[in-house]
Structure formats: structure tokens, C-alpha cells
Design a protein around this ligand. Sequence first.
Ligand code: C2O
Ligand code: CU
Length: 489
Amino acid sequence: MKIKSTIIMFIFCFVNSNAQYNNITIPEALYGTTFNLNIHESIRQIRTGNQTVTGSINNETFWGPTLFINKGAAVNFNITNNLNESTTIHWHGMHLPAVMDGGPHQVIPSGTVWQPYWTMQNNASTYWFHPHLHETTEEQITKGVGGLMIVNDPIESALPLPRTYGTDDIPIILTSRNFNASNQFTVGRAYGDYMLTNGTLNGQITLPKQVVRLRILNAEIERGYNLGFSDNRTFYVITNDGGLLNTPVAVTRLPIHVGERYEILVNLTNDTVGSSIDLKAYNSGQSNSFPGGEPGTSGQFGSLLNNTTFNVLHINIGTVTANPITTIPTTLTTNTYLTAADATVNRSVSITGGQNGGAVPFTFDNTIFNIASINKTLTVNTTEKWTIANTPNAVFGHSFHIHDVQFKILTRSSGTVGAHESGWKDTFFISRNESVAFVARFADYSDSTHPFMYHCHFAQHEDDGMMGQFVVTGPLSVAENSSTTSFSL
Ligand code: C2O
Ligand code: CU
């Protein structure tokens, strides 16, 4: 009897306020200019019963540590691949020399170390690093290999924004998964039946009664979300993928697609300590922009069909911290955006394929990805306008991403560009029958051995060949001439 009640007490304390929820993992924060990342297989207790084999980095068991880097810093990495297979680590959204980019050409064989380095040129925002080895990207992302990079700069640091990591500044990495009967991830179905928030099923967090910042990454294989709160409160978008917006953008719903990051501010000052709200993914009612998923099964939050509503995070309101942020700033920064008039080259890319219900792979310009062939050749320090057209008989929407640059979306043929996506972007969703134009300046050199990629960020589409590569020609920079070849352990 005595032992039993002790166990019950213990379980009660451990589980916290709501027994059906689990506290989300906050990945360890790493600071500095040299980062040692050890990629390895791991196991994680995700569901009741068998543990799940995952892939991770250093001490984590699903997604790796969060890397904090200052703009202007010279950073270098020692990336050890202790997986039993090759991988790569790509710095999604980073402006860097192509040889450091970590795309399909910068392979890290099992048992070797890769040592990229560059000077951080990106603005303060939230970025993602993840595997990018051709045809294994879906499998390795499914396991949870990757993590967040948070870039700081003097403009962001001077603003009255929440920035106590894990307390009022929270990384939120969203991705759904499917499990087999022994609780192992299954690969090959685009939409998971179980939402993992930072790798945690039925995730919850306690946040202080003040303004909080959520840094949200859609790290899905294919699913888009229409985020909002259970009480429909207004919240504020402060960044796009590649930096601060000029002013916070007030929204009640925020679409976020695969590869996109948005930082949001949520005002909890009027909430009651002990109450709760849910961050949810709402049914958009737009099967066109949120392509319909497969029927789900029985997750605790129900099926995660794209055309249904499900929880992504249960938020308990806790007590205020010392020196809280209590108001939403009215201005953030002054961006000088590129315009259509800045472009001296116009280029277009057509989304093709997908016929017979997807039996024909999706492609760009009817050309399946070939690692040995370059699809576009650009000239360094040129500003280009790219128009991506999802052809008139398109069967699907896609998440389009291009390496090395942050661009400005100019137009969407379906309507106006939303204020929430009016900043520096590296990824956007393109609906069926839509065309989207953006302008970007290409300032990093590359060559045919180390080209940059543009691709659909739906991992299956990418692995199946919905990817192209471009080189940016010009004299090689010092960094380009340096070798980053891996060495054996
Ligand atoms: Cu997030 Cu080409 O990658
Ligand atoms: Cu796609």
C-alpha cells in the first residue's frame, strides 16, 4: 500500500497539470563560434510502449541543439557523422559559399567529419539545418536529424522583445509522424497521424503571463498548417524566414508551409494564471492551398487530415517573470527590399509532372533532378526576377525553396501577397494554377562541383526529383577555393 501510493504521487508530480499532455522538449542551446555536432542514431520514448529509433545530434533524441550565432561572426563546425549511412547538413536560408551549403554534393560519409565555415551574413531570425542527401532526405528528416539556428544582430537585440530562451522565447518545431505496430516511424506517407511538437506527442508548455515569442518552424514532410489560438486571439508576426518585418503584422490565422519559419508574439498579460489556451492548426477550407491529405487514424488529437483541426501545443499560463515584456512593439526595423525594377534578368520555372494521381513524379520544366547536370547558370552579383508557374492543369500545391538567397515575393497571380509574408523569404507555398514571382540578388559563387539547389520542400517530391541546380559564375572567392573534404575518424 505504502509503495503504491508513493508511486502514484510520483507519477502525479511528474506528469504536471494535465495528465493527457507531455511537456515539450526544449533543445539544448549552444553558443559561440565553433560548434561540434555529432549526428547519431538515438532512441526516444514518444509513445507508450516501445521506444522509437530516432536520429539526432549531441545530447538530444529528436532534432538537435539550437545554435545561437551572431551576425558577422566567423563560424566553423566539426560535424561528425556517426550514422550508419551517408548524410549531409544543409543550412536552410543561409547566404554562404556553395561549397559550405551542405546540399546533395557535400556528402558526409558514415564515420567522417565535415568542417564547413563561413562568416554569418544573415539577419536575425530563425533558421533550420537538416540533411539533404539526394533520395534519403525524407528518411533522415523523418528520424529527426536537424535543428534550429537562431541568428542575432544588433537591430534585433536593441528591440524590446522576449529573448530568454526556453522561458519567454520558445522554439516550436512542428512535424507529424506515422508509427508502425512496434512504435517505429514509417516513411512514405506524406501526412502523419500524430503531431510531434519538438518531438513530443500531445505537447504542452507553461508560459508566463506576459508577451511571449514563439519561433515556429514547419519541419513537415508535406503538411501545411493554418495556425491560430483556440480563443481566436490576435497574435503578431514579427519575422519571415530571413529577418524582421518592418512592423508586427496582426493576424488570427497564420498559414505556414514546409520549410517556412515565422516568429510570433503572443500577449498573455490578460490571461489568468492557471488557465490554458491551445495553439491549433485549423482547417483552412482550402483544399487547393492545403492539398488534401490521406485519412488519418486515431491520434489522441484525432486524425491529422489537412482539412481538419488539431492541437499543436497546449499552453498553461504561469506566473510572470522578472522584467517581462508586456507590450507589442509598433516598429521593428527598416528593410530596403529589392523591387521588380532592380532585376536585370527574368527567369521562369514551370512546375510539371504529377499526372496519374502523382504516379508521374513532380518536376521542374519537365526535367527530373540529375545530380550531374546543371539546370541554370547565373552571373554573380546579379539581381534576378524568378517566376514560378504551377501550370494550368496542376494537380497539387508545393512549397518552393531556393538556396543561398533571401528573396522578396513580388506577386501572386491568385491575389495579393499577404502582409505576413511581405518580408525576406526563402520558401513559399504555391497553390495549384498559381504563379508566384520573386526577386533576389545572387552574390555567392558556385561551380558545377558545388552548385546551389532550388526544389520543392515536400521531402517525397524532392527525393523523387522535383529539384534543380544552379551555378553562379564568377571568379572563385577564397572560401570557394578552400577544400572542406571530409576526413575519416
Ligand atoms: Cu530546407 Cu534545400 O532545403
Ligand atoms: Cu512538391
